[in-house]
Design a protein around this ligand. Structure first.
Ligand SMILES: Nc1ncnc2c1ncn2[C@@H]1O[C@H](COP(=O)(O)OP(=O)(O)OP(=O)(O)O)[C@@H](O)[C@H]1O
Ligand SMILES: [Mg+2]
Length: 233
């Protein structure tokens, strides 16, 4: 579904990705793991067209991916950044309505406001609250809900559990598991090893801008050497 082939990318003169290759397959969850600064977020930003592709190729459904974020979104990839990017001056309802209006009838899913509120009832209780009045967990729920309203064929999440209390991490895990069982393709970048390996079908470990290990969750759980070397678990 999404394939990166020897991708080089970075920030201005600073190259961060050094020939990174990986594949995300339809109907599966790919977890991207790696230490701080390994290049995980840079990989996602390069996929989304937020950073230029210096060399290599990225294909989505066999075609070269667009290099502008709104075009990537319209082609069916929704991205929840680490920063979540909730519109702080808008209410929960307004944040959701914007996504619903822009992406209605597009892409692979049939997500509606009613359906995302069914998935996250908590958001239904917060509809008139401003984005800044939400807890970290509620902001993450809103960011995921908004991404789903884009009716993506591929959902990309950058550290969805960062800074959240264990009970909320559990809730986010169960919701993503529900989406996975519904057949949604996902890429999840995570520092939380247990969270990532219990959710994923496939695992890629990134170090210094390259994929240094690829396999499945059982493989990485059983490979304590790889864990020590590249994850510091
Ligand atoms: N805006 C930027 N300008 C220059 N360098 C950057 C920028 N953002 C990140 N970097 C550098 O790129 C490298 C990879 O960063 P990246 O954010 O991709 O790491 P990461 O794997 O997502 O780490 P983390 O787990 O901490 O989020 C790091 O060395 C970082 O310092
Ligand atoms: Mg990051």
């Amino acid at each position: 579904m999404l394939e990166l082939n020897t991708v080089e990318s970075g920030y201005g003169e600073t190259q961060v990705l050094h020939g990174l290759s990986l594949k995300a397959q339809a109907g599966r969850v790919l977890a991207i793991l790696g230490r701080n600064g390994a290049g995980k977020s840079t990989t996602l930003k390069t996929i989304m067209g937020l950073l230029p592709l210096k060399s290599g190729a990225i294909a989505f459904d066999g075609k070269p991916i667009e290099r502008q974020p709104f075009r990537v979104a319209h082609d069916g990839i929704a991205y929840v950044p680490e920063t979540r990017d909730i519109f702080p001056s808008l209410t929960v309802r307004e944040n959701l309505e914007i996504a619903e209006a822009r992406f209605r009838g597009r892409g692979g899913g049939d997500w509606t406001m009613a359906r995302v509120l069914d998935l996250f009832p908590r958001l239904g209780e917060r509809l008139d609250n401003g984005g800044t009045q939400l807890s970290g967990g509620e902001q993450q729920m809103l960011a995921i809900a908004r991404a789903l309203l884009m009716n993506p064929r591929l959902l990309i999440l950058d550290e969805p559990t960062e800074g959240l209390a264990p009970i909320i991490v559990r809730l986010i895990h169960d919701k993503l598991q529900e989406l996975r069982q519904g057949g949604l393709s996902m890429i999840v970048v995570e520092q939380n090893f247990g969270f990532a390996t219990s959710l994923a079908d496939d695992v890629a470990v990134v170090s210094r801008g390259q994929v240094v290990w690829a396999g499945d969750p059982a493989g990485i759980r059983g490979d304590t050497q790889a864990q020590a070397r590249w994850l510091g678990v």
